[in-house]
Design a protein around this ligand. Structure first.
Ligand SMILES: C[S@@+](CC[C@H](N)C(=O)[O-])C[C@H]1O[C@@H](n2cnc3c(N)ncnc32)[C@H](O)[C@@H]1O
Length: 646
């Protein structure tokens, strides 16, 4: 191997500057490894910086412009070797007075598809790159995205934020029959891409040097990009830019929206029906307020194939972003709400090949320390909610799956009684006296969820309701009515109650849906998790609660089950089954409750069940008398933790 120290020469018209730099030039045929390439990158960067400094003093131009011109002069050198014409006229004017020589081995450029991006990133001032969102995609990530993009055999591909052209390189590396359109606003990046892509000979490729937000063209099978990540207050013409997109999508957007989000909106009309969009962006839109409009737009115009988030530990961008995500969408005029969305979370980088395999092959919920997959129906993703939480849903479930069964394995869930006319069928003490009706025609009932103040509902609680003259009894007549009851029935008919939808379906109309007393009631609506009530009375329940009927008859097992259902562990597991009605209000159907994962009670020792039952009774007493329950709560949570992870 030959090594030599080379000279970097600056030739000005009459004078010659000599700057010493150490570059090792390797034999042509030798395979150049990453270490050598990185060394070469640093060396070229130092040459560019030296030229930049010289331009600052000689031409009194800004630091930013000088380094850009210096980088451009390096591009010019490669362009000569590649026979690729590039031109930025104001830079060409300055350089026409100069001839800067660079010493480098072209093989590094030829063998490393993002060689120029590496040099650009290290030569151009951070402020300039930040204001334009110029952070480049690592090759492994670009290859992963290209792999997903090629699955549907696209023909026409658009990269609306070209940069150095890494997506075109990787796509073309895998298949060479694509037609590309590319958009790049910055002439210097465009020049870099032209040289980069010149290594592939005759590509079917069109370059547009313009703002993508003004781009209107034909439609594409695939739009793949790393759109610029720029905070809007760093952007000139913010209002004008946002308004332009608002008009296009006919909807209002937050002024805090990030620039990259506009690329999501803009891309829709440029995609064919069934075409794919694959973007890598920060993941913040999944959780912040301005992201609501983006997520709503996804749900209306696309089927969401997958979202892959990268946590801090899983790289992604060397320069600035700590969290990133890849969004994969399919353009659909009528998206299928039942379409399964793959939510993948990477805590560690598992390597490109393993990630591609995981993405293509895993079809059910999965979780290990590096990666997790949660499958949810598109209809289950509520655009008003923060989406990052959806990615964690199956973790708890996965780690303790072997100890869990469904509630439906040990209980039956039914909705409460729908009377069809609560005011008529429900009786308070005074109404009871007023009509002088026989008690036999009635059943005690819980009519409203807020009548249950505690976690258990006792006879004393019920008597209190009667004392307060609340609705406490339900007309539950399945025998011949007495004279007094007949008068009450006529009173109902005069109000046409027998013609209402529910009553008209019953025979006679004043009879009731038959139900048994349920030992557990579950709230139908909730803001912060379902409330499960241990019913210690003979009361039936109306639709305000669902009724849970365990298939065992054991007091302590019942206490164990209610204790678990009200635990924080269970709350987390329940989130999987939630239907959200916006504003944080959730509605649960009996089927949702039957799907709740609960510990396999038959695998828990009787001793443990008795211990937990007694702990829970203590908890109920203290809760009722407003004593401190924190230690009982913690003990119960610990017990369930152990049972689940046994
Ligand atoms: C995050 S970089 C991505 C570059 C490259 N595709 C990659 O993944 O490495 C975004 C690129 O978009 C360019 N850009 C910024 N605003 C743009 C706009 N409005 N229209 C088109 N390109 C833009 C930037 O100059 C930058 O090159």
């Amino acid at each position: 191997m030959e090594t030599s120290t080379t000279l970097l020469q600056f030739e000005k018209k009459e004078e010659t500057f000599e700057i010493k730099s150490e570059i090792k030039i390797v034999e042509k045929e030798e395979i150049i490894d990453k270490f050598e390439t990185d060394k070469q990158v640093l060396n070229i960067v130092s040459q560019i910086k030296n030229i930049g400094k010289l331009l600052i003093t000689e031409y009194k131009i800004s630091e930013e412009e000088s380094y850009k011109i210096a980088f451009y002069s390096f591009l010019k050198k490669i362009s000569q070797k590649q026979n690729q014409i590039i031109s930025i006229s104001e830079y060409d004017n300055i350089l026409s007075e100069r001839n800067f020589n660079f010493h480098f081995n072209i093989k590094h450029f030829l063998q490393c598809p993002n060689f120029l991006e590496k040099i650009y990133s290290k030569s151009i001032p951070i402020g300039y790159k930040k204001n334009r969102g110029q952070f480049f995609t690592p090759i492994d990530i670009a290859e992963f995205m290209a792999n997903i993009g090629l699955k549907d055999n696209p023909k026409k591909v658009l990269d609306p934020a070209l940069g150095g052209g890494i997506f075109i390189s990787t796509l073309n590396h895998i298949t060479n029959n694509l037609s590309f359109t590319t958009v790049e606003k910055d002439p210097l990046c465009l020049a870099m891409a032209k040289i980069n892509l010149s290594r592939y000979g005759n590509l079917n490729l069109e370059y547009k040097n313009m703002d993508f937000l003004d781009f209107n063209n034909s439609q594409y099978d695939l739009i793949i990009a790393n759109p610029p990540y720029v905070r809007f207050h760093d952007i000139e013409n913010r209002d004008e830019t946002i308004s332009k997109i608002e008009t296009e999508i006919d909807s209002k957007l937050s002024r805090l929206i990030n620039y990259y989000a506009l690329f999501f909106f803009k891309a829709k009309n440029l995609l064919k029906e069934g075409g794919k969009l694959i973007f890598i962006t920060p993941s913040e839109f999944l959780n912040v307020n301005y992201g609501t409009s983006v997520k709503e737009y996804f749900k209306k115009n696309y089927e969401i194939d997958s979202i892959i988030t990268f946590e801090n530990g899983a790289l992604v961008f060397e320069d600035n972003l700590s969290t990133a995500c890849i969004t994969v969408l399919t353009r659909k005029n009528n998206p299928d709400k039942n379409k399964k969305v793959k939510l993948i979370k990477l805590s560690k980088w598992i390597g490109k090949n393993d990630l591609i395999k995981f993405y293509n092959e895993k079809q059910e919920n999965y979780s290990d320390e590096n990666i997790s997959l949660t499958l949810l129906k598109q209809g289950e993703l509520n655009y008003k909610e923060k989406w990052l939480k959806y990615f964690n849903k199956n973790e708890k479930f996965e780690s303790c799956k072997h100890n869990l069964i469904k509630l439906s394995d040990i209980a039956f869930v039914n909705r409460g009684i729908a009377t069809g006319a609560n005011n008529y069928f429900l009786f308070s003490n005074s109404k009871f006296k007023e009509w002088n009706l026989e008690e036999d025609y009635f059943k005690p009932v819980i009519a409203k969820s807020n009548f249950c103040k505690f976690i258990d509902f006792t006879n004393e609680d019920f008597e209190n309701l009667i004392f307060q003259d609340k609705s406490s009894h339900l007309l539950y007549c399945f025998s011949e009515p007495s004279q007094n009851l007949k008068k009450f029935i006529e009173h109902g008919e005069k109000q046409n109650l027998h013609k209402r939808y529910l009553t008209s379906k019953r025979t006679p109309w004043y009879s009731m849906e038959k139900r048994d007393v349920a030992p557990i009631w579950a709230g139908v609506f909730s803001r912060d998790g379902v409330k499960f009530i241990l019913n210690k009375t003979n009361c039936l329940n109306l639709t305000t609660f669902h009724a849970i009927y365990p298939n065992f008859n054991d007091e302590n097992k019942l206490l164990f089950l209610v204790a678990f259902l009200n635990s924080e562990h269970c709350k987390e597991l329940i989130k999987r089954e939630m239907r959200s009605y916006g504003g944080g209000l959730n509605k649960f159907e009996p089927k949702d409750l039957e799907n709740i994962p609960v510990p396999d009670i038959n695998n828990v020792s009787q001793q443990k069940i008795d211990e937990i039952a007694s702990l829970f009774e203590d908890y109920l007493k203290k809760f009722r008398t407003k004593q401190d329950i924190s230690s009982q709560k913690m003990e119960l949570e610990n017990e369930f933790e152990q049972i689940l992870n046994a």
